[in-house]
Ligand binder design. Structure first.
Ligand SMILES: [Zn+2]
Ligand SMILES: [Zn+2]
Length: 258
């Protein structure tokens, strides 16, 4: 979903140019020094130096019980869900920190489309909390790339923003320009799985010069049908990667479970 909702991009203050973004960053850093942390969800004092309180943290929709292969929420954890048994996805493992829903959806929107740096920071910290302990299973973090045109519009890549704190915490290297998005693709929102696959065909290419690392964690903010990460995985495996895991912030449950 990194490429979705382009109609909202026009509202994003981050699209107003690098100068305004710099001021926003500067004001944010200043506020962090002079103001105590405050929960972004309920405005009570934050805990552990974060803009999130303990009660709101405990209420977050963690995706603890899920399909190990595709990350969809399940009543009990399983190695593969019915859909995965029917058709194995190209990626080997999925770790989705949250089920997509309140309040994670609004924090994501605040960061992605309204330039809310505090929301992005809290999400990045939660992402690193949950996933930094898994660093032994991969060699590299690879954020799902945005097309340069979209990157120019938005000003930053959401997946890269999530991957940065995780890279710092885990010590894993970040690979940012091996996988390229070569066409801008129409937004995926509203498309079913088949239409998404067609839309993404040929969207990514490996341009790393040499083969990619053997074990890769693909990083993305949201996973809906998994078409985007599946297409990335196909390209990476075709180029020589052996093991690809998908590490996402939020997994959208299938329509019957929302
Ligand atoms: Zn709170
Ligand atoms: Zn599954």
């Amino acid at each position: 979903m990194s490429t979705s909702e382009p109609d909202k991009i026009a509202e994003n203050p981050a699209t107003a140019g690098p100068w305004r973004r710099r001021v926003r960053h500067w004001l944010d850093s200043f506020a962090r020094v002079v103001l105590p942390p405050r929960c972004l969800l309920c405005t009570r004092p934050g805990t552990g130096g974060r803009d999130l309180c303990l009660a709101c943290h405990q209420d977050l929709p963690f995706n603890r019980s899920a399909c190990a292969r595709c990350g969809i929420p399940l009543p009990t954890p399983a190695k593969a869900c019915g859909a995965c048994l029917k058709r194995l996805p190209p990626f080997d493992v999925t770790h989705a920190v949250f089920r997509y829903g309140a309040p994670v959806d609004s924090l994501l929107m605040r960061h992605k489309f309204h330039g809310d740096l505090a929301a992005g920071r809290v999400l990045g910290e939660l992402f690193a909390d949950e996933l930094s302990t898994l660093s032994g299973s991969v060699d590299t973090l690879l954020p799902v790339p945005l097309h340069p045109k979209r990157l120019g519009e938005r000003g930053y890549n959401q997946s890269l923003e999530l991957a940065r704190p995780l890279a710092r915490r885990s010590g894993l290297p970040l690979l940012v320009d091996g996988l390229r998005r070569q066409n801008a693709t129409t937004p995926q929102t509203g498309l079913d799985r088949k239409a998404r696959q067609q839309n993404l065909r040929g969207a990514f290419a490996w341009k790393g010069g040499r083969p990619p690392p053997g074990r890769i964690a693909l990083i993305d903010d949201t996973m809906t049908t998994g078409s985007t990460v599946a297409e990335c995985t196909r390209m990476l495996k075709r180029a020589g990667a052996e093991h690809v895991e998908v590490w996402v912030l939020a997994r959208v449950p299938p329509p019957g479970q929302r």
